[in-house]
Design a protein around this ligand. Structure first.
Ligand code: MN
Length: 175
């Protein structure tokens, strides 16, 4: 009788341990999946330089050096956040790594930009980029230098300009 009870307890304990191991395994997989499908780089620090509206963050990735005449960084725009109008004396390349946003050159229609899009910003063209009103957007920015200057910052994108730009997203929303 005693040995049957002992056997029962051993089986119960084994069952609990297998159960715990399965849970742990499941959680690990879940974490890995989350990590792989979302953020590529850390969010970095909130930008407080006055050249952005809303909540924008910068994670510097690579500084200008003797071989690379550009700066590389990952910029996270929370919904509604955008750069000021600005230009780059030697242009800029943007690689969207997450979400949906907007890019607009002065006097041209706004462009919807999404994860995987690459935007080649020409030199000395006034433009802005940022999140859409309802989605965050993360992009890597490769910004070239002319001497010590990589950007000339101009006026903020007004609410009117930003709302007008977002109409394009509403217009093209899936039916
Ligand atoms: Mn730019």
């Amino acid at each position: 009788m005693k040995s049957i009870l002992q056997t029962f307890y051993v089986m119960l304990l084994t069952g609990v341990l297998i159960g715990l191991a399965a849970c742990n395994h499941h959680n690990n997989n879940k974490e890995m999946k989350t990590e792989n499908s979302t953020t590529l780089f850390p969010k970095g620090d909130k930008l407080t330089n006055g050249y952005f509206s809303g909540e924008a963050y910068l994670q510097p990735l690579l500084a200008k050096d003797k071989n690379n005449d550009f700066v590389l960084g990952s910029v996270t725009f929370e919904p509604g956040a955008r750069t000021n109008w600005h230009k780059h004396p030697k242009g800029q390349v943007l690689i969207v790594t997450e979400g949906e946003g907007l890019n607009q050159e002065k006097g041209k229609p706004v462009q919807i930009i999404r994860k995987g899009d690459i935007i080649n910003v020409p030199e000395n063209v006034e433009h802005w980029h940022g999140a859409s009103a309802n989605s965050k957007m993360v992009h890597i920015a490769i910004t070239n230098y002319l001497g010590d200057t990589n950007a000339i910052w101009l006026n903020p994108v007004t609410s009117e300009e930003y709302n007008e730009a977002n109409k394009k997203i509403i217009h093209h929303a899936p039916k």
